[in-house]
Design a protein around this ligand. Structure first.
Ligand code: PLP
Length: 361
């Protein structure tokens, strides 16, 4: 392996070195069995042990109560934009959505064919520069659920806690900040997250769902889209993503050893502060998100002079600071600071930003 780069990509994202090394060791000879980790059979005793441990470790990491099931499903986060309304709402019912940017928008657009989507709060008027204040949400007590995106990966907007929605089940897309802080899982009816940021290989999704909601599934939903079916089959209704689940389990074990989500939260704040401090001290870089809603996971920023962008990216690349180009929908730059990004990586980027401005500002 060449020198390890700091990969600031938004996902598939940087993975912990210890996990990469472990996968490399077992890639060809899984647990001394003489077959590759990619050949790991889901009916093997090894996999039964892997799945049980992965679930137990995730339960311990997020303190998931017994009322909630943990699922490992295929297809990333996107299927849940439709599966949530199909499983939690009857046709004609309404659901409340909090509109905070690109990903909550996608969830709403997909759901709108399946449920009556009500926008209970939106930051569209202020160009998605914040999470709308909870006090101003116009929630409908009769809604089937309330949907939030806890971290807008593209906009760089993050909730600072778990909102209270009373008796209406709270559903959260936590794709880009799961495992980065303690959460009160009991507040949520359902959590879903694509794995490719803080958990493991793309294509895998984690779902945490409260047991009593499983019976709400509407008639006619295909089995593979029913959460209840996946619970019944313990995530093995069809062939599970065995390799990806193994890697996810290694990440959970790694995060536990590294101090759990409380420690991840502490380091996340420290990493993000370094980049925001570099931006705030500068007259070249701009981030327009309200301070209280700034994401610790994804820091988007723009160069006041767009002609410098390519030079910025080229210089970063020469230093092993990779994938800083912003999402195609927004342009600019974006530094993703998921759990596996070391503090030294955030420091190296902050130093580079300051030096680049000195030379080019
Ligand atoms: C917040 C959020 N939700 C959903 C998705 C879509 O995930 P997937 O590509 O796994 O379907 C992403 C992808 O980056 C995301 O950041």
């Amino acid at each position: 392996m060449g020198e390890r780069a700091y990969n600031f990509g938004a996902g598939p994202a940087m993975m912990p070195d210890a996990v990469i090394e472990r996968v490399a060791r077992e890639w060809q000879d899984f647990r001394g069995e003489g077959y590759s980790a990619m050949e790991l059979g889901h009916r093997s005793e090894h996999f039964a042990d892997i799945l049980a441990r992965a679930k137990a470790d995730l339960r311990a990491l997020l303190d998931v109560p017994e009322s909630h099931h943990i699922l490992f499903l295929h297809g990333g986060a996107t299927p849940h934009f439709a599966m949530v309304p199909l499983n939690l709402a009857q046709p004609g019912e309404s659901a409340d959505y909090i509109h905070t940017g690109y990903w909550s928008d996608k969830a709403m657009a997909e759901a709108s064919a399946l449920v009556n989507v009500r926008i209970a709060a939106s930051a569209a008027d202020s160009e998605f520069d914040r999470v709308p204040d909870r006090a101003g949400w116009q929630l409908d007590p009769a809604a089937a659920y309330v949907h939030i995106c806890s971290n807008e990966t593209i906009g760089g907007v993050e909730y600072d806690g778990d909102p209270d929605t009373g008796n209406v089940p709270l559903v959260a897309d936590m794709s880009s900040n799961i495992l980065s802080r303690p959460i009160d899982v009991a507040r949520y009816g359902l959590i879903y997250a694509g794995a490719q940021k803080n958990i493991g290989p793309a294509g895998l999704a984690i779902v945490i769902v409260r047991d009593d909601l499983l019976e709400r599934v509407r008639a006619g939903v295909p089995s593979v889209m029913k959460y209840a079916r996946h619970v019944e089959w313990d995530s093995m209704y069809n062939t599970p993503a065995a390799f990806a689940i193994w890697v996810a389990g290694l990440v959970f074990e790694h995060v536990r050893k590294a101090g759990g989500v409380t420690e991840m939260a502490r380091i996340s704040v420290e990493k993000a502060q370094k980049i925001y401090a570099a931006i705030d001290a500068s007259s070249l870089y701009i981030n327009r998100i309200q301070p209280a809603s700034r994401s610790r996971m994804n820091v988007p920023f723009f160069l006041r002079e767009p002609r410098l962008e390519q030079r910025f990216l080229d210089g970063a690349r020469r230093r092993g600071l990779l994938n800083l180009k912003g999402h195609r929908a927004t342009g600019g730059m974006r530094a993703s600071l998921y759990n596996a990004m070391p503090l030294a990586g955030a420091q190296a980027l902050a130093d580079y930003m300051t030096e680049f401005e000195r030379k080019n500002g």
